[in-house]
Design a protein. Structure first.
Length: 454
């Protein structure tokens, strides 16, 4: 049993004071009682902690290495991708485990309690599988064992180099499986998940419409069973053009006409959509997995958040390339992108909810669905996925209600976070992960080895 007492807490029905939260050994919240005397672990502001819905952990080691002009005067996502392919050829299973642990630690310190890992680096350089087909996936699981983060692991099916089913390039060959071998990989990853705490989840991810045969998308949907299924969709203009050329429809149009679009799906980015696609996909119940920092870094475009949310669409937030892991900054960047595009203020606020409140609750709700995880609010029977803010911070002095969230997201930053629990596991205290020094030291050693990899 664990008891947390908070001066203020955001519950499912709004803000409350002097809240006592008790969780059981399995990590589920047993009771939530407001107006209680101080007891147990005492914190200032207690919030439900969101899921990080989209991560390629190995790309964290590339942060800061791709900010120079290349030979192509029009640097873009596609030229960045070539640098990424060159980098990943140097990565070993030991590197992957150490980088993943560092990324997961940073996520926890930033307020995320779950890592949804979109994991496509499966094989050895040259494309030959490891003797253990799930070697790389098991390294992600090993990292989660050390960090204590909740894990939803998505092995990725990646077979082709484009919609014309051309072979993978040398840079992509470590990702590749035909569907039969992917089924075997998915089964092995499921066995690896069993070694983690019971809150760990297995899903899967067809990489994109470019990398998977159209007929395999519904096979993947069936293989996912009760687990979530994620896919990159409509991220780049060139991607849209390629899909139109080969399938006769834009990516979202084709997806809605040919796939069972519902809340089991999380579609990543969705930055290149027409208004009718935005509304249709939102109404389907599918989650939009947004990664505003990475989408800004790679010039993907701006997600139409106003239109999506106005028709009841669900969103979740991820750190994608992990160039910077900051929950508050992802939310801020999402809203600021809408303001810049529309020349507006408080773009995603409503008459009843401030910007911060709307973004924070939407992210929690959508992220829980996309991770296949019973979390997202402080309520009995939900996982104790919790984050605490420093009520004594200058940014929160005198603040109450939704202004706390607005001040955290738009005036403060992740340094306001004092404590984080993932399924009741108290992994961050005083803003620092309990294994911070060990994990950071290992990551530094890896970075010294990879210093000239690009």
């Amino acid at each position: 049993m664990a008891v947390i007492w908070a001066e203020k807490a955001l519950l499912g029905d709004g803000w409350a004071e002097n809240v006592r939260v008790e969780s059981a050994e399995v990590g589920l919240i047993k009771s939530v009682l407001p107006n209680q005397k101080p007891d147990g672990e005492r914190v200032g502001v207690l919030l439900p902690a969101p899921v990080n819905v989209h991560s390629h952990s190995f790309q964290r080691a590339m942060a800061g290495l791709t900010e120079r002009k290349g030979l192509d005067p029009k640097d873009s996502f596609w030229t960045w991708r070539q640098l990424m392919f060159r980098f990943l050829d140097r990565l070993t299973p030991d590197h992957i485990e150490g980088i993943a642990a560092f990324v997961q630690m940073e996520m926890l310190e930033a307020g995320y309690t779950t890592n949804v890992e979109f994991h496509y680096l499966h094989h050895q350089p040259g494309g030959v599988p490891y003797s253990n087909l799930a070697e790389m996936s098991e390294r992600i699981c090993a990292a989660a064992s050390l960090t204590g983060i909740g894990l939803t692991l998505l092995p990725v099916h990646y077979q082709f180099g484009g919609c014309d089913k051309r072979p993978l390039t040398a840079g992509q060959i470590r990702f590749g499986n035909d569907f039969e071998r992917f089924v075997a990989l998915h089964e092995k990853v499921g066995e690896a998940i069993l070694a983690l705490p019971k809150d760990a989840r297995l899903g899967l991810a067809p990489h994109s419409m470019r990398a998977v045969a159209p007929e395999d998308l519904n096979k993947a949907y069936q293989l996912a069973g009760n687990g979530p299924i994620h896919m990159h969709l409509a991220e780049q203009i060139a991607e849209v053009d390629e899909v139109v050329a080969h399938h006769g429809a834009r990516p979202v149009e084709w997806f809605l006409d040919n796939c069972n679009a519902n809340a089991k799906w999380c579609l990543i980015h969705c930055t290149q959509m027409e208004p009718h696609e935005t509304e249709g996909l939102a109404i389907s119940g599918a989650i939009a997995g947004l990664c505003p920092i990475t989408e800004s870094s790679l010039g993907d475009g701006i997600f139409d958040g106003n239109r999506w949310l106005d028709v009841g669409g669900k969103i979740a937030i991820g750190s994608d390339s992990n160039i910077r892991i900051s929950l508050s900054e992802e939310l801020r960047t999402l809203d600021y992108s809408q303001r810049l595009r529309d020349h507006s203020r408080a773009a995603l606020a409503t008459q009843s909810q401030s910007t911060g409140r709307r973004l924070f609750e939407a992210t929690n709700q959508g992220g829980a669905i996309a991770a296949g995880r019973n979390c997202g609010k402080i309520a009995e029977g939900h996982y104790a996925d919790l984050m605490a803010l420093d009520a004594d911070s200058v940014h929160l002095a005198g603040k109450t209600g939704d202004t706390i969230l607005d001040s955290y997201i738009f005036a403060g930053d992740d340094k306001l976070i004092t404590d984080v629990w993932s399924a009741g596991r108290h992994m961050v205290m005083n803003g620092i992960h309990k294994n911070h020094e060990e994990i950071t030291s290992r990551f530094k050693s890896i970075m010294r080895e990879l210093g000239d990899a690009i």
